[in-house]
Ligand binder design. Structure first.
Ligand SMILES: *Cc1c(COP(=O)(O)O)cnc(C)c1O
Length: 539
């Protein structure tokens, strides 16, 4: 009775919540936890190497069935934080573990937590200068710095555009998905421009646009490795996602440029079809491969097509002195997506979209009377998102703390380690490398020696070969699940053609190497665990 009375809400209590944490005693508790979170987080995460506690989702969800909101408060802030640290954190996924090598989310430098806390505390809204002031100009500056890394225009160019209210070099977004959407949004509005009585697709809609431009079909081209956010964008922009045309990959798993050229020719033979954009992938989500950006740029520009590079994953490779050459040609893109929460090691979630043409974002400009007025320098008039936080503060600080070279070293570590791992897999009698790492992502699968013999001694179209592959699929699916549930290490799973061009896809294990603490010895342990799982459960 007394306990619950303590938490009855009143105006005074609410006022305190806005100003300072509760009473002196609980402030001490809070400080202890904040210290643990802000300064001890790395220790905490690295001391428990396990990925996650071994509880299944069904069991967990049973504790989360209540759906009524409590009328009165039921806990103090310090209790809530204590619960998060003791009850939630151990059952979340320890993405910081160097044994967690399955996804594009990993450890972040400890200072990111401080910067995120500061950003939240300042609570600036960069939609308009009236709620952000200096953070609007800081954003312009850091966007110009990244633009320069990608496009390397002249000093004059940056002097003209860095703080120019009429032009815009790019913007932060909520992630790679919305960055890709923004790029295709601009491409669509540029393609379906005003003509005669038609005021433009943004104003009059797709139906009128197709009539005015005398078109029946609009498509976007990408390789089979394109991210599914491009599909979402085509759906959302009114093209229909069946009009995202996926072109086959070549021997190197990058898009086959000859096939791309052929496809363009076939599509444009129909005078009522237009190609809205050609997308090059720089760091494919499943394989890490990078398309030949120079050749794609040439192809796109020959036909007057918007060339977008999806470098959500691979963009930061530009920081590497050793490997930036993989992205050659990116400077010829019309637009480039880069994610902040991937290889820029920023906390969830932020992305960026860049345009070579500083006027490109004018194609998606919106105004409102109370914000983003026609004459304002507000950053919100050319973004898909409305209100948004000052991600620039985090990126700008991180660039100061790490320098381009610091980021470059992280990239080098991941790519070098992926090559070491690929060699280990190739040398191991139990495993088969499926895609060589171009960047720091590779795929492989476990093939027990008796099944390997069948694959080696039978033609790929024979029924025994297919049976063996079906069994290997089952083994790898179960292997990935058992290893994940055991909670010590984690690789992910996807499906990919054994050889480029095969229609049959096989189950593969996927590895993303971005944690600076992942070592060759840890990779040995992960393979060893997989061998043991197969001997114990799957032979
Ligand atoms: C991750 C990724 C995306 C989507 O980014 P989100 O931040 O998850 O929205 C798009 N393209 C590629 C190549 C990616 O790797």
């Amino acid at each position: 009775m007394n306990e619950s009375k303590k938490f009855v809400v009143d105006w005074q209590a609410l006022e305190r919540l806005f100003v300072r944490p509760e009473n002196e005693a609980s402030q001490q508790v809070l400080l202890k936890y904040m210290e643990q979170i802000l300064f001890g987080l790395q220790d905490f995460l690295h001391s428990h190497l396990g990925i996650t506690e071994n509880i299944c989702m069904d069991r967990l969800s049973m504790d989360f069935m209540e759906s009524k909101i409590n009328a009165d408060p039921s806990a103090s802030l310090s209790q809530v934080i204590e619960d998060i640290i003791n009850q939630i954190a151990p059952r979340a996924v320890n993405v910081s573990s160097p044994y967690f090598i399955g996804h594009m989310t990993s450890a972040i430098p400890f200072f990111m937590v401080h910067l995120a806390a500061i950003t939240a505390a300042m609570n600036q809204n960069v939609i308009k200068t009236e709620t952000s002031k200096i953070l609007s100009v800081l954003e312009n500056q850091v966007i110009a710095k990244m633009h320069r890394l990608i496009f390397n225009e002249s000093d004059d160019f940056y002097e003209t555009h860095v703080q120019n209210a009429e032009t815009c070099l790019g913007t932060f977004t909520s992630g790679g998905t919305t960055a890709n959407m923004t790029a295709l949004w601009v491409a669509r509005n540029r393609l379906l421009h005003p003509i005669g009585d038609f005021s433009g697709v943004e104003q009059d809609g797709m139906l009128q646009a197709m009539k005015a431009h005398d078109l029946e079909r609009i498509v976007v081209l990408v390789s089979r490795r394109g991210h599914y956010s491009l599909k979402k964008a085509c759906g959302l922009l009114g093209l229909g996602y069946n009009n995202l045309v996926c072109v086959d990959e070549g021997e190197d798993r990058c898009v086959d440029v000859d096939k791309m050229e052929e496809t363009i020719g076939q599509l444009l033979a129909d005078k009522k079809t237009k190609i809205m954009a050609l997308v090059g992938v720089a760091g494919a989500t499943e394989t890490g491969t990078v398309d030949d950006l120079s050749k794609l740029a040439e192809l796109a520009h020959t036909h007057g097509i918007h060339f977008h590079v999806d470098a959500a994953w691979g963009g930061p490779v530009l920081f590497s002195e050793k490997y930036a050459r993989f992205l050659a040609g990116i400077e010829q893109a019309d637009s480039v997506t880069i994610d902040c929460h991937k290889q820029l090691y920023m906390p969830m979630s932020a992305g960026m979209i860049y345009f070579r043409d500083p006027n490109a974002l004018n194609f998606v400009q919106y105004h409102a009377r109370y914000v983003n007025r026609e004459t304002s320098v507000d950053l919100g008039s050319k973004t898909l998102e409305g209100s948004r936080q000052a991600h620039s503060l985090i990126l700008d600080s991180a660039l100061k703390i790490m320098g381009a070279r610091g980021y470059g070293l992280m990239i080098d570590h991941g790519i070098d380690l992926a090559r070491v791992f690929a060699q280990k897999i190739s040398d191991h009698p139990f495993f088969q490398l499926i895609t060589e790492p171009c960047l720091n992502i590779l795929t492989y699968r476990a093939v027990p020696p008796e099944l390997r013999k069948i694959l080696d001694n039978n033609p790929a179209d024979s029924p025994v070969f297919e049976q063996a592959n079906a069994r290997i699929d089952e083994i790898n699916t179960a292997l990935q699940r058992i290893q994940r549930e055991a909670g010590k290490s984690f690789v992910s799973r996807t499906q990919i053609a054994l050889n480029p061009g095969d229609s049959r896809e096989v189950v593969v294990l996927r590895v993303v190497l971005m944690n600076p603490f992942t070592t060759p010895e840890i990779l040995d342990e992960i393979l060893e665990e997989q061998v043991q799982i197969i001997s114990a459960h799957l032979s």
